[in-house]
Structures are given as structure tokens and as C-alpha cells.
Design a protein around this ligand. Structure first.
Ligand code: ZN
Ligand code: ZN
Length: 361
């Protein structure tokens, strides 16, 4: 089959995707073997049309064909559904967007829960997670066929993975497509299944998967790792892996979006008299210049020292909110000093209660 694919579909090489589709539909209807039971060549011609459409309907394959001709995609084979879908899998990641080709069944998506530390969520981390998944079967090279044998084209659908039927309706003849029940849409059959994987081309096992967690993630976030789920059957592309994150809480810090909040307790004397306090955020050293007369609720804000944003270079703020502690454990001497202080300021306070308590005992 060295005919020009555009000639086969009777379109010119600049035809739009919808023109190609229209041309294919018309030709497929005309040359469908069921519609031409007396013409032995119809079957060949129909396959030729389907093959041409298989390539020209896929933008990537069409571009490759335009650039390299058929050698660029088929290495001399005339069967587009056998070898060169494999070649394309390796070039383009296995996406099968063609509506008429064998069906590609992706591997299963997987879900895992992962608990990470507070600071790991803020700055990102690398982890290895243990998952039960399906991986390629090595003995058969994920083909599912015993080494040295190959799958054969499904006779029922001629490797198309789909069956086209001509139905008569009041609107005339209609071409309908269904998935081939014989090969379940794969287009091929394995006569000698690999013993290691029972012909699936993959095996279920536990693996340690390294994953990278980016900075700025938060409790309840789900990471979607494309193509890290279970490997598909017989070399089909893998599904996705969803990682649901739980973030452990911090002993003193609270997170609000990208801001970090620390309610810092200071003694009354520091609030009254002031103090310069050395202070460390998660990744910087600061000084809290506590002025004399600092009140509870006073806020120190360190801009850009909070949580890095997920996809930008920005960071939230780091906020220190002052809480003035009232002492509850005064010694007798300290109490005397405070009573003197109160009487000097003519502030009314409760009388000493210590003697009352000791008399009761
Ligand atoms: Zn089939
Ligand atoms: Zn195998």
C-alpha cells in the first residue's frame, strides 16, 4: 500500500479535518463490505479507506505523514493497526484520539491519603509512597503474548476494534459503529497468553513511588499526578494518581490561607516596660521591638515571610499577635510590690486573702 493517503480519501492535501471526515464517511458507506456482498475487492478497499482515515484524522499522525510519508510511520508495514500504533505510542504518549481506530483503555486511576508535616506543606517536600498498583509485565514486554509470539489481528473487526453496521432507516442507509465484542475494542487477539500476567501485559504489585510535593499545599488539597496510576492492559497508557493531603498541625502556628499566625504570649512587665525580643519565623531571624505600653492584640507583621503561593513567587505574611499574660503565681514579695503600685495609683484592689484562707485550714 504505497498509495497516497489523500488520494485514497479523494481529498487534497490541504483538506480540513471536517472535509476528511466527510470524505471518509461517504467512502466508507460506499465501500462497506456489507453493502457490497458481491464485490470481493470491497473489503480490501474498505480497509484501505479506514487505514488512511486512521492517520489523516489524527493531527499528530497526519503531520508526521505529511513530513515523512508512510515510511515515517509504518516502517514498511501496510497494517496501520498493528505496528505503528505502537510506534505512535512511544512518540506521542499513547493518546489515541482517532474515532475509528482500536480503543485505548487507560489503566486505573489510583487514590492515596498522605499525611505531611506543617512545614513540609509550607516549603514543599519529597516523599516516597507505598502504593499497590499495576506495572508492566517484563517477560512479555507488556504485550500479554508469550515471548516470541505476537497477537493476531482480530478477525471479527479486521483489527479496527470496532464494527460498522449498515442500518436501513426511513432516512436511508446509516452507518453505525460499535465496539467489537470479540476483542473488546483492542483490535487484536492473543493465542498464547503470557503465563506471568495471564495475557494482561501487566502485573499487580506494591511499589515505592517517589513524589514531589510543591510548596504552598494545604490541608485537603489533592495532587493529581498524571500517568502515575496503574499501567494499562497490554501496554496501554497508565491512569492518574490522586494524592489526598492531610497536614499535621503546628504547636503554635496557625495557617490562614497563605498567612501564618502566631499568638505570642508575653509577660505583663514586657508589655508595660517594652523589650526587644529575638524572634524566629519559619525561615528568618527577626527582632520584635515591643514598645513600652504594648497592648494585647498588638500585631507585628512580617510581609512575605508566610506560606509561598502554589504557582507564583509570592508569599503570604507572617503575623505575630501579642497576648499579654496576667501573672497568677505571684510570690508574697511580688504581691507587696504590686499592692504598693496600686495604692500609689489609687487603684482599688481586693484586700489580702491569704490570711483568710490560712485561718480556714
Ligand atoms: Zn475485534
Ligand atoms: Zn506478561
Amino acid at each position: 500500500m504505497s498509495k497516497d493517503l489523500y488520494q485514497i480519501l479523494k481529498v487534497n492535501s490541504t483538506a480540513s479535518p471536517s472535509e476528511i471526515k466527510r470524505a471518509y464517511r461517504a467512502l466508507a458507506r460506499e465501500h462497506h463490505p456489507d453493502a457490497n456482498p458481491d464485490n470481493p475487492e470491497a473489503d480490501e478497499r474498505f480497509k484501505e479507506i479506514a487505514s488512511a482515515y486512521e492517520i489523516l484524522s489524527d493531527p499528530e499522525r497526519r503531520a508526521r505523514y505529511d513530513q515523512y510519508g508512510e515510511t515515517g510511520i509504518s516502517s514498511g508495514h501496510s497494517d496501520p493497526f498493528g505496528d505503528f500504533s505502537d510506534i505512535f505510542s512511544s512518540f506521542f504518549g499513547g493518546q489515541n484520539s482517532s474515532p475509528s481506530g482500536p480503543r485505548v483503555e487507560y489503566g486505573e486511576d489510583l487514590e492515596v491519603d498522605l499525611e505531611i508535616g506543617f512545614e513540609e506543606a509550607v516549603f514543599g517536600t519529597e516523599r516516597e509512597i507505598n502504593i499497590r498498583t499495576a506495572v508492566s509485565c517484563e517477560p512479555c514486554g507488556s504485550t500479554g503474548a508469550t515471548a516470541g509470539t505476537t497477537a493476531i489481528e482480530c478477525a471479527r473487526c479486521n483489527g479496527l476494534g470496532q464494527i460498522q453496521e449498515m442500518r436501513r432507516s426511513i432516512l436511508g442507509q446509516m452507518l453505525t459503529q460499535t465496539i467489537c465484542p470479540e476483542c473488546k475494542g483492542s483490535g487484536s487477539r492473543i493465542l498464547d497468553p503470557c503465563k506471568d500476567c495471564n495475557g494482561e501485559g501487566r502485573k499487580v504489585t506494591e511499589i515505592l513511588l517517589p513524589i514531589e510535593i510543591q510548596q504552598g499545599v494545604d490541608q485537603g488539597n489533592t495532587l493529581r499526578l498524571s500517568g502515575r496510576g496503574a499501567t494499562g492492559k497490554r501496554g496501554a497508557p497508565a491512569g492518574d494518581l490522586y494524592v489526598h493531603l492531610r497536614v499535621s498541625s503546628h504547636s503554635v502556628l496557625e495557617r490562614r490561607g497563605y498567612d501564618l499566625i502566631h499568638r505570642l504570649h508575653i509577660p505583663m512587665s514586657q508589655a508595660v516596660l517594652g523589650a526587644d525580643l529575638d524572634y524566629e519565623t519559619l525561615d528568618s531571624k527577626e527582632v520584635l521591638a515591643m514598645q513600652p505600653g504594648t497592648q494585647s492584640g498588638h500585631i507585628f507583621k512580617f510581609r512575605g515571610k508566610g506560606v509561598p503561593h502554589l504557582n507564583t513567587r509570592n508569599r503570604g505574611d507572617y503575623i505575630v499577635e501579642v497576648v499579654v499574660d496576667i501573672p497568677t503565681d505571684l510570690t508574697t514579695d511580688q504581691e507587696e510590690i504590686l499592692r504598693k503600685y496600686a495604692s500609689e495609683r489609687e487603684e482599688e484592689v481586693s484586700p489580702k486573702r491569704k490570711r483568710v484562707r490560712s485561718r480556714r485550714r
